[in-house]
Design a protein around this ligand. Sequence first.
Ligand code: HEC
Length: 209
Amino acid sequence: MPKYLNLIGILTILAALSYCSGPAEDRQAGEADAPEQLSEETRQKYLKQGKTIASATFAALSGNLQAALQRGGVEEAAPYCQTVAMPLVDSLSEAYNARIRRTSLKVRNPQDEPTAEERRILEAYHRQAEAGKALKPQIHRMENGEIGFFAPIHVMSLCLKCHGKVGEDLSAKDYALIKELYPQDEAIGYAEGDLRGMWSIAFAAQPAE
Ligand code: HEC
């Protein structure tokens, strides 16, 4: 047997072992995935970076939203639930060499539609939420070689004015306005605490370990 086959065999066993024995935290929603050949050190590094990016972005987003809602209600605030136009997102993307986005099974902006890989993770998060489990951030090696960070996004009371039930937290008038901007909107009907979607942060491709 050629030497490299031996090496591949050993690497596969090592990857399988680290897959089975590592902390469950960062891979719980990817139960069906194959071993991803990432060392624990790499996982921890990207988990930390992902958490830093997601929490900084979330803090800025919700701060902007809150201020704009107070200034002029939903009409004024609607443009502030976007990551794309945020200078902070641009600078974090550059600093970490990462693509930062949010996605959901029910999107408002069609550009946030999940990829097939993201959809699998979102569906697993929803199954866990239905089972009453706590949802945790996780790291996956993506099909294109990038390292993906994923973390759940839950609905807070602040969000209901634009993502709640129409006629209750979300007024019919405000919803008409949202529908004008997003005719295909599906992102309504949520209650506080519901799983709204997830962060999906892709770090530039890393060589296999
Ligand atoms: C003032 C209205 C408003 C509020 C309040 C608001 N959102 Fe949004 N949300 C929007 C709009 C508009 C979009 C589409 C943004 C875009 O075009 O990128 C959106 C998009 C999103 C997305 C991206 C996925 C998608 O559906 O396109 C997520 C996730 C999200 N919101 C979560 C939240 C959470 C969590 C809160 C509360 C902390 C919240 N939103 C509060 C209006 C709002």
